[in-house]
Design a binder for this molecule. Structure first.
Ligand code: B16
Ligand code: MG
Length: 213
């Protein structure tokens, strides 16, 4: 029996995945190599510093720890330029409507995101008040694919992980949800999200039937 839904933020509620990509690509180009959308899949759901490690590995660039911190900050600065300009029009189609349906039917709703920019984004799109719990990159010690973010979400909601459904656009996020003992719904492409229990192309036109497992 499903009692709660935990939503990933980037790529599920809002299309910030494209801004992460643009900012990482800009950094890669500045470091002298190219970075494709396919490469970018590996960064989705992964923490900022781990994302940087993957990026540097792709470009075969080696830098010291201090430079790593500076590069990550640079990327985050560019990324924040995009997200602070966002508004409600960038909520992905259907996401808000489905969350409203859940609330009307007494389901608990949480955010489970690796992003330290979660609150900035939720404020930009005016959705802070929609969630019973918000677990973000500032509250976790281990990012996806570790299950911590979703387990903390279930705990904050007071719901058993077995009664939670996670909505995720990233491979690392689906793995995290499964390791948390939850149902996982992949939002996006079946090739990338094949380990999910169900896959939907987008958040459009969802009804409560999606929670039948
Ligand atoms: P930040 P999610 C994740 O958010 C993104 O998918 C991932 O690409 C990003 O590196 C990570 O947040 C950290 O974000 O740099 O803003 O702290 O998909 O878990 O909502
Ligand atoms: Mg995501």
């Amino acid at each position: 029996n499903v009692k709660a839904c935990i939503f990933d933020l980037d790529g599920v509620i809002v299309d910030t995945a494209k801004y992460h990509y643009l900012a990482w690509k800009r950094l890669a180009n500045e470091l002298g190599f190219d970075f494709t959308e396919k490469d970018n899949e590996r960064l989705k759901g992964v923490s900022r510093m781990e994302s940087l490690e993957i990026l540097l590995e792709i470009g075969q660039v080696e830098v010291d720890e201090k430079t790593k911190v500076e590069l990550a900050e640079k990327k985050n600065g560019w990324y924040r330029e995009y997200i602070t300009k966002m508004d409600e029009s960038e909520i992905l189609p259907g996401a808000k409507e489905f969350i409203e349906t859940l609330k009307e039917n007494n389901f608990k709703v949480a955010i489970g995101s690796s992003s330290k920019n979660t609150m900035t984004i939720l404020e930009s799109i005016n959705m802070v008040d929609y969630f019973d719990a918000i677990i973000d990159g500032n509250k976790i010690t281990k990012a996806k694919p570790e299950p911590e973010v979703f387990l903390l979400g279930a705990e904050a909601l007071g719901i058993n992980p077995k009664e939670c459904v996670v909505f995720e656009d990233a491979k690392a996020g689906i793995e995290a949800a499964k390791r948390a003992g939850m149902f996982a719904i992949g939002v996006g492409s079946p090739e990338i999200l094949k380990d999910a229990d169900k896959i939907i192309p987008s958040m459009k036109n969802l009804t409560l039937d999606i929670l039948d497992f």
